[in-house]
Design a binder for this molecule. Structure first.
Ligand code: AMP
Ligand code: ZN
Length: 666
């Protein structure tokens, strides 16, 4: 068979599957099969470089470095929107429209206002050619390489699209993905991002598109511009965009009067809290393009469109006290304890105060009346103090100087926002936090042992570091609260099973500051074993790809510490994996006979090929989609929400790769 048709067919297939997964949220192929096809295409493109195409689905992984983003003029200006805040504002707006158009019947398209970074993407003959940020509206930055990594943006269109047009939309970061990114930062002791919008717009300007590819960004589209467009109004335009393969939220509605607009606003004012992403309002557009043209533009915005801003929900309450939490890495977080108050459907009792600077900036004092705001799922924050209600004789807040848990004097490094307690080995929350991190799912994944039990073990003097876990006995733990023979045995078993966890995860589990999952993998791969790593000098470490000075210094400090050395020697003596195993050797058995597995998501221990092979080598079958016949779903990171829902609907157990490994090794 000719190579080119084969390549083209694979590209088309993969584009369709991307569309099903990321736009429709309805995959029709297993991740495994998707990956094999992608791999096949990659191999072919590699073998036949003459058929390279910058819009091939293989290009989604990124890897292009942009040092300077070119400035590009928009062929048609990107306008801003006027804002309205009330029904009266909208009634006034309609009057202004009728002054121009006369008393014609008006239809409006109502859309949600997505809160992210605006983008204009140009397509020619169905191919994505350019993506430019809004900039000042006249010209913006060429971020094409970064935009191509966002999987809900089609690289190649389908259906009956015009030869040339631009489409405008908003790059957003859904709450779930945002929280996951922050979780990972917190895990390694870094400062989390403050909100999804800034993170989304910051992502567009990253130099390495492979980094952008890793971020769970999405693009929601709302308008098409160009000459001779095949539709006569906004609503049809949205439908056309959907048909060509774009992600256009289904919330958009066509209404035939302002009453319909009010209904839309009232509905979404309540239900916006259920959306997976942030919205700060609604955008109302005169539907007919002919009318839009008659109405035209002011200096800044179209006369035919209007944003309606939701009131961000704010309440006033009293600050009762400030407490200071000590994290696993010793970082101190001040927390406001509030008089409980109802806000956006939940009762708020606490809010983060971030750090000493924030407290100073707000000039917040105990007894103050404060305004609290909440957006979506993000933890509530304190916006301001109501100074008019400040009690007489109130005292300025003095940030603590000593650790509230161990009384050690706090340190604040230059350039860092947070204070921290340097007493790593004597400060109880740090000790407990480190052990909790050690046993967590992505680290040693110790079953039968939870965070609370760790605290209990520590408070009962049974463990002081993670090595102590391996010397626990059933007799010791039986007397603890809520422990029974069975649970005690499970705990001991779980601890023993962690001896199989591979080196890179052990390295992550050790909880070295700034060594997250990815860095741990890099270091494990490079140094192969803990002895080589522990002897590496600062100079040596910074030469490793992607290891910066801050990480290198933290690694050196960790291994210089005598206490750490002793703990590692002990872990070695219990049989923990401190060497990179060339490949997990999963012996062929018949353990899984008559069991069907579906594999979904991204894995850390296996490639999906290896996982599939392991299932088959042990007698199991690999299914391509979840059905009543599926016995287990092996889930990695980023498993699609549609799959998750299906599996839980059918009551199919979802297991991690580690649980799977245990299944075939025990
Ligand atoms: P502003 O930045 O407040 O002037 O608001 C205008 C911006 O809202 C536009 O540049 C778009 O990026 C953004 N926007 C979000 N959702 C929509 C939508 N459905 N229709 C039009 N613009 C939108
Ligand atoms: Zn302390």
């Amino acid at each position: 068979m000719d190579i080119l048709p084969k390549i083209l067919l694979l590209r088309e297939e993969l584009n369709q599957h991307n569309y099903n997964y990321y736009v429709l949220d309805n995959p029709t192929i297993s991740d495994y099969d998707f990956d094999s096809k992608l791999k096949e295409l990659q191999d072919l493109e590699h073998q036949y470089p003459q058929y390279f195409d910058s819009n091939s689905p293989t290009q989604r992984v990124g890897g292009m470095i942009t040092k300077n983003f070119d400035t590009i003029a928009h062929e048609q200006r990107m306008y801003s929107l006027d804002n309205s805040y009330s029904i009266e504002d909208l009634l006034d707006w309609e009057k202004r429209i009728q002054k121009v158009l006369g008393e014609v019947p008006l239809q409006y398209t109502c859309e949600l206002k997505y809160d992210g970074a605006s983008i204009s993407i140009t397509y020619e003959n169905g191919s994505l050619v350019r993506a430019v940020t809004r900039g000042d509206g006249f010209q913006g930055d060429d971020v094409t390489n970064n935009i191509k990594t966002i999987k809900s943006i089609p690289l190649q269109l389908k259906g009956n699209y015009p030869a040339k047009f631009a489409i405008r939309g908003e790059i957003i970061l859904p709450f779930k993905g945002f929280e996951k990114m922050n979780q990972e930062l917190i895990e390694i002791g870094e400062t989390p991002y403050s909100n999804p919008r800034n993170t989304a717009s910051g992502s567009l300007k990253l130099q390495d598109s492979a980094e952008v590819a890793k971020r769970p960004l999405e693009c929601l589209l709302y308008s098409i511009v160009g000459d001779n467009l095949p539709f006569a109004n906004q609503f049809e335009g949205l439908q056309a965009a959907r048909e060509w393969g774009f992600k256009v939220p289904e919330a958009a509605a066509l209404v035939s009067s302002l009453d319909g607009v009010f209904e839309f606003i009232n509905y979404w004012d309540v239900h916006r809290h259920e959306l997976p992403y942030e919205t700060d309002g609604v955008v109302i557009k005169v539907n007919a393009i002919q009318y839009q043209e008659e109405l035209g533009y002011t200096a800044k915005s179209p006369r035919w469109a209007m944003a309606y801003k939701f009131k961000s929900e704010q309440v006033a309450t009293t600050l009762n006290s400030i407490s200071y939490q000590v994290g696993r890495t010793g970082a101190i977080t001040p927390v406001a304890n509030l008089e409980p108050v109802q806000l956006a459907g939940t009762i708020v009792k606490r809010a983060s105060l971030h750090n000493a600077d924030q407290i100073e900036k707000l000039d917040i004092r105990i007894g103050d009346t404060v305004f609290v705001e909440k957006g979506g799922e993000i933890i509530p924050k304190i916006i301001a103090v109501d100074f008019s209600k400040r009690p007489q004789h109130s005292e300025p807040t003095h940030y603590i100087t000593d650790c509230p848990e161990c009384q050690t004097e706090l340190i604040r490094n230059e350039g860092e926002a947070n204070h921290y307690c340097p007493n790593f080995y004597g400060c109880p929350p740090q000790i407990v936090g480190r052990i909790q991190h050690y046993i967590s799912r992505k680290a040693m994944d110790i079953e039968g042992l939870g965070g609370e039990t760790v605290a209990l073990l520590f408070n009962n003097d049974l463990v002081h570091n993670y090595a102590d876990l391996y010397e626990l006995t059933v007799e010791q733990i039986l007397p603890l609260e809520r422990m029974a023979q069975k649970s005690a045995e499970n705990l001991i078993k779980g601890v023993a099973a962690s001896k199989k966890i591979p080196f890179e995860r052990v390295l992550y589990a050790l909880g070295i500051r700034f060594v997250g999952e990815t860095v741990a993998k890099k270091l494990a791969k490079h140094y192969k074993n803990i002895d080589a790593l522990s002897q590496a000098s600062l100079m040596d470490l910074v030469l490793v790809d992607e290891i910066g000075e801050r990480i290198a210094q933290s690694v050196v400090d960790f291994f210089e510490n005598q206490e750490n050395r002793v703990i590692i020697e002990r872990l070695k003596s219990y049989g923990i994996q401190f060497e990179l195993e060339e490949k997990v050797n999963l012996n062929a058995t018949e353990i899984l006979t008559a069991k069907t597995f579906v594999v979904s998501g991204v894995f850390t221990q296996f490639s999906r090929d290896e996982l599939k092979k392991a299932i088959e080598d042990n007698g199991g079958k690999v299914g391509s989609s979840i059905s009543a016949k599926t016995d287990y779903v092996v889930a990695g990171d980023n498993m699609g929400p549609a799959k998750l829902e299906k599996a839980s609907k059918l009551n199919i157990p979802i297991i991690s790769e580690i649980e799977f490994m245990k299944m075939i090794t025990e």
